[in-house]
Design a protein around this ligand. Structure first.
Ligand SMILES: Nc1ncnc2c1ncn2[C@@H]1O[C@H](COP(=O)(O)OP(=O)(O)OP(=O)(O)O)[C@@H](O)[C@H]1O
Ligand SMILES: [Zn+2]
Length: 584
């Protein structure tokens, strides 16, 4: 984006557009004065921030805990290579402020779950937009927003799928209401590149290596700095010298290339890892790094020892043994040779396909060697296929559409549509034979007003689904919420239990605990252990540090509540039942 040509953009044109689009002049005041909290300035977050300022929003607070890495640059368009290593929220603010000098962006480089952000912090915003990449932080934001009664727009994007969900606990489903499929958590690039913690990390690394050697090398590949090992480069090195043709035979070339790749990624790099281990006196490694002599022997033997058919049979057997390190090195060399031949024949980049025996065996072998070096238990080729097939790339097209829809839905909300009338937007693959959600329909101009174009992005189409509120099962997060307001420095846990829960709410509490399992009250211990009783009598809420976070409160009658103790100076103690979903 060119900073200069946009720097004098005038927001008044933007406001005219909004007025026209929503046939309302109040919308302009709303946009101008609504404070928006954007959590996460990654793939979706960058899009959202740009859309917010170009829709005329002025007051935006950004929260992000991370720094920019090289692999972010292909889709997080606010960041450039010179920003690598800097805080995302800070760079995003600077870049946007240059483009739109009227914007007033504030930033926090912090985990959103930190106590830096009490309930009062959330209450100052007209809406919260969540552009996070992990379930834990999303669940937390969902719950704080429920207690704060702030409208939340929850977004997500994986591959060609994405979603925007408007949430206002008490009138819509919350993020927790619908069970989530098991999520593969975000893996940081440095984890893949330098210190894998699980076999999945080793498998992802092996797939990246496949692309470095044989595929299309993208900037987002964490091994993109190893370009010199691309087979196309190595081919040039070995077959041409001083402009003369072919100085080596096919077989020599194959062996030399294999040797070079194995030496670099599976011997030298791993020897370095081993040397670090010795410094830290960590556990003994089970990795047998081959000597150069062994490596040459492998190069001679593998063609007769292995065959594609045998590897194919193995990959179909879920009970096959995990390969030993020696076997993994041999299969690795066998596959490297096969892939080199394939590459030479096709004369074009190869694409990793987990259903192709040689590609799968390459990734299995490479991940097995790498896992051994990091003392991780490897997987057999049957399991590797399952894991490799589930790894989905992040796509900028999906982020862009999600970023558009969420700001559009926010504008509709501010123009008077209530949260429960905003639809859930789901981006889904058109090629899918049947919709995954029964209530899924494709947007038509009649369906929402003002009309919105149908987004078509190669394989995807935006679908909106109306929530079927009657069908929602009770959810522990948004069912029974108790908001406790007190001066946490003066109120003791005993007062909270006796004067608050028992007297004010007519409850008979059985236990009260934080989400990390810290039990602050247990009715049984209270009777039996005098020391515990004393702690409850003497300790204030602030001393136990349990304010400004979700609490689980279980009643003797078996009813489960979620609680939140909000600190407010000079308020003795008041408890409010925020709502009970479905009560009306
Ligand atoms: N608890 C949290 N508090 C604040 N920010 C968070 C928290 N958890 C995640 N984030 C931020 O949310 C953003 C999510 O963006 P995105 O999904 O694009 O991930 P990414 O890390 O930028 O990219 P990739 O995962 O592809 O490397 C990241 O910038 C991340 O730092
Ligand atoms: Zn819920």
């Amino acid at each position: 984006m060119d900073d200069e040509c946009h720097s004098h953009a005038d927001p008044s044109n933007i406001y005219k557009g909004a007025e026209h689009c929503f046939s309302s002049c109040q919308i302009v005041e709303k946009i101008r004065h609504s404070k928006i909290l954007l959590i996460g300035v990654g793939g979706v977050g960058c899009e959202v921030l740009k859309n917010l300022v170009f829709s005329g929003f002025v007051n935006i607070h950004l929260v992000d805990l991370d720094t920019i890495s090289v692999s972010n640059l292909n889709r997080q368009f606010l960041f450039r290579s010179e920003d690598v290593g800097k805080w995302k929220a800070v760079v995003a603010k600077d870049r946007i402020t240059k483009l739109c000098p009227w914007s007033q962006i504030t930033v926090s480089v912090e985990n959103i779950r930190s106590k830096e952000f009490p309930l009062e912090f959330f209450k100052q915003f007209a809406a919260v937009i969540c552009a996070l990449d992990n379930h834990k932080a999303r669940l937390y934001v969902n719950e704080v927003c429920a207690f704060a009664q702030v409208p939340l727009f929850e977004t997500g994007s994986t591959g060609y799928q994405g979603q925007v969900t408007p949430i206002l606990a008490g009138s819509t489903e919350c993020y927790n209401c619908e069970p989530k499929p098991q999520q593969t958590e975000h893996i940081a690039v440095c984890t893949i590149r330098h210190r894998p913690e699980s076999v999945e990390h080793c498998i992802v690394w092996a797939m990246y290596l496949f692309d470095v050697l044989f595929g299309n090398l993208e900037d987002s590949n964490p091994l993109s700095d190893e370009k010199e090992y691309k087979v196309s480069h190595l081919a040039r090195e070995w077959t041409f010298e001083d402009g003369a043709r072919k100085t080596s035979t096919e077989q020599e070339w194959e062996n030399m290339t294999c040797e070079r790749v194995v030496n670099k990624f599976f011997i030298e790099d791993l020897q370095f890892v081993e040397s670090l281990k010795k410094d830290t006196l960590s556990s003994l490694s089970i990795l047998n790094i081959p000597t150069q002599e062994q490596l040459r022997r492998y190069l001679l033997n593998v063609d007769t020892k292995y065959s594609v058919e045998d590897l194919k049979l193995e990959e179909q057997n879920p009970h096959q043994l995990v390969w030993t390190c020696d076997k993994a090195y041999e299969v690795l060399i066998f596959c490297l040779k096969q892939l080199l031949r394939r590459w030479k024949e096709s004369k074009s980049a190869l694409t990793f396909d987990e259903n192709d025996t040689i590609s799968l065996a390459f990734v299995t072998a490479a991940s097995t060697v790498r896992a051994s070096a990091f003392d991780i238990v490897a997987k057999n080729s049957f399991d590797v296929r399952g894991i490799a097939g589930r790894i989905i790339p992040a796509l900028s097209i999906t982020n862009a559409v999600i970023g558009d829809i969420v700001v559009f839905q926010l504008l509709r909300f501010l123009s008077g549509t209530c949260m429960k009338d905003l639809c859930n937007a789901r981006l889904s693959q058109v090629s899918r034979p049947r919709p995954r959600y029964l209530d899924e329909v494709i947007i038509t101009p009649e369906f929402i007003r003002p009309p919105v174009a149908e987004y078509v992005c190669r394989l995807s189409l935006v679908c909106l689904s109306e929530r079927l509120f009657g069908k929602i099962l009770r959810c522990i997060i948004c069912h029974q919420l108790l908001l406790v307001t007190c001066d946490a420095r003066n109120v003791t846990v005993r007062q909270f239990i006796e004067d608050g829960l028992k007297k004010q709410m007519n409850m008979e509490p059985f236990s009260v605990a934080t989400d990390v399992g810290y039990i602050i009250y247990d009715s049984e211990q209270d009777c039996e252990v005098p020391v515990e009783a004393q702690r409850i009598d003497k300790s204030t809420i602030a001393q136990l540090q349990v304010e400004e976070q979700p609490l689980s409160i279980l009643d003797e009658s078996g009813v489960y509540y979620r609680g939140w103790i909000r600190h407010q100076c000079d308020v003795s103690l008041s408890i409010e039942r925020i709502f009970s979903f479905g009560d009306d």
